[in-house]
Design a binder for this molecule. Structure first.
Ligand code: FES
Ligand code: FES
Length: 224
């Protein structure tokens, strides 16, 4: 190869230097252009972002009572009920969706309130154990739990009762469970297997399960 040809070939060092220079230049252009282009498109000045964790307004209908709250968006529905509305009947067991102690009814459907953020429920109707009945006027499910000793320490009981009330509504509406044999049927017999499966999200560490099943079965006739 002639000397002139060798001098005109790119060297490895030259290629790396050139590549680095063009990459750096590209990055500088991108860094300089992107904010200007974005703010120009949006027609905005460089406003400060919202404070992380700034309180948000949320309206909750809890047990038929309207509550206008300002809440940190990280507050769970469970903590909003217990810490902000002082409705401590709903219990915190695991705080991550495994025990069912925090079960409430949201627009008639049971949910684990520890797994849901309060600000997601603006305008929603929440029913807690306090909204089902009172000591001098018990809901049939509450009365059945008392009649059948459906508890020992009682910590899981509010969640069990809220879950059972919503579970019976699901069953009456024809919703199948994991153990339902005929998924096309609109009515299913509430066998013990069905009842236990449908209540399997509510754990009782005292193992009062036989009495809980008896209470729910007893109440199911009255509620129906
Ligand atoms: Fe919510 Fe355990 S406290 S599931
Ligand atoms: Fe104690 Fe259920 S009665 S955890």
């Amino acid at each position: 190869m002639a000397d002139g040809d060798r001098n005109s070939l790119p060297t490895r060092r030259g290629v790396l230097k050139g590549g680095a220079a063009s990459l750096t230049a590209g990055a500088v252009v991108a860094l300089e252009e992107r904010p200007v282009a974005a703010s120009a498109r949006a027609g905005l000045s460089h406003a400060a972002p919202a404070e992380p964790g700034a309180a948000l307004a949320v309206d909750l209908q809890v047990n038929g009572v309207h509550h206008a709250l300002m809440l940190d968006p990280r507050v769970t529905l469970l903590d909003a009920l217990r810490e902000h509305l002082m409705l401590t009947g709903t219990k915190k067991g695991c705080d991550h969706g495994q025990c069912g102690a925090c079960t409430v009814m949201l627009n008639g459907h049971r949910i684990n309130s520890c797994l849901s953020l309060a600000v997601m429920h603006d305008g929603d109707a929440v029913t807690t154990i306090e909204g089902l009945g009172h000591p001098d006027d018990l809901h049939p499910m509450q009365a059945a739990f008392v009649k059948h000793d459906g508890y020992q320490c009682g910590y899981c009981t509010p969640g069990q009762i809220c879950s059972a009330v919503a579970m019976l509504a699901e069953h009456r509406a024809g919703m199948p469970s994991f153990v339902t044999e005929d998924l096309r049927a609109t009515r299913h017999e509430l066998t013990d297997a069905e009842l236990r499966e449908r209540m399997s999200g509510n754990i009782c560490r005292c193992s009062a399960y036989p009495n809980i099943v008896a209470a729910i079965r007893d109440a199911s006739g009255e509620i129906a």
